[in-house]
Write a protein that binds this ligand. Sequence first.
Ligand code: FUL
Length: 412
Amino acid sequence: MNQIPLAKPTKPQAAWQDLELGMFCHFGLNTFHNREWGDGQDSPALFRPESLDAGQWARTAKLAGMKYLMLTAKHHDGFCLWPTETTDYSVKSSPWQNGQGDVVRECAEACRKEGILFGVYLSPWDRHDPRYPDPKAYDDVYCAQLTELLTGYGPLVEIWFDGAGSEGRQYDWPRIMNLVKRHQPDAMVFNMGAPTVRWVGNEDGFAPYPCWNAAEAARVSMFTNEMTSWLPETPAWVPAECPVPIRGNHWFWHPNDETPLRSLDELMDLYCRSVGHGATLLLNLAPDHRGLLPDEEVRRVLEFGEEIRRRFAKPLAETAGQGDILTLELPEEGEIGHVILMEQIEHGERVREYALEAMTVEGWTEIKSGSAIGHKKIDVFPPVRTRQIRLRIKRSADVPHIRSFSVYGADR
Ligand code: FUL
């Protein structure tokens, strides 16, 4: 065992990792102009969601087992979903609620009512703002927008700084980060500035395994290509978030969209390869031109939540503890097909190599092996009939602290 200090999460990072599942909502002027990336010239006159109900978004997220909701307060087109003082390109210039509405407020309040956390996406790249070409002038605009969001809507769980479109552009990150630190010190920061959460490196909803949390050990491909904008105070522990749309590769709603909705099997597979690899899954559902999540999407995400509960809510047996071997006795012999492992990550990511073994007629038989456990590892394997299963840690950086070792049936 070596004694090199291990990277460890801050308290807010560890709490964020426990959330595991979040809902992303891409909504804005793009929704009304059939666009993914509006060019900043689209007219706010079309922004007219007739039955906008953020309560439906938050309720759906809650029922599906999601613990937080991230809203695109401003996407690359520059249109602001709240009545900002910084530009007229916002809900203020739209016919919706006669220009008196505030989608960010409705969404923040709906999340609070449902007891889930709320966060915002604020695109640094802005294709509308005439000040964008002047970095200094735009930094002022961006900081003012961010301040409005950080101070006007209660606690935020996360701020999404999306790197898309900003290649080669320098923003005043120290200034931006100071605002976050001052107003929302516990909010996670996604991907730019001094990120406490990193992009997993794809928009497919899974984390390649092993997905180590220590920044040093994470694969370079998992980092944004905006690495140059990372600040020195970026922590040594940077967990990954896996964003993915529920429908094809569309983040926004489109009329008569024929790109396929992900099947339940596909969603379960993504769950096991994102949450099951210690990352969080941020699943996008796009509100439509009415301002409601479409029925088909709602049905699918509720099925998804239900299936997670069906498979994983009740372990056949569970234990926790320290050391290299943990043995678990089932109440009776039966078929098992899933194991969930969790490390006590506040002590760092100690396990480096492990095996799962089941007692069979041939004695202890290896059924699965792995490297990283971290926040969570879900192992799925062909059914095995047994009454005893053990976790054998073959290599670790220090005494392993297992927060939970639980075993589940083979049904899937
Ligand atoms: C990307 C953006 O360009 C997409 O439009 C979407 O917002 C996705 C989550 O991030 O970088």
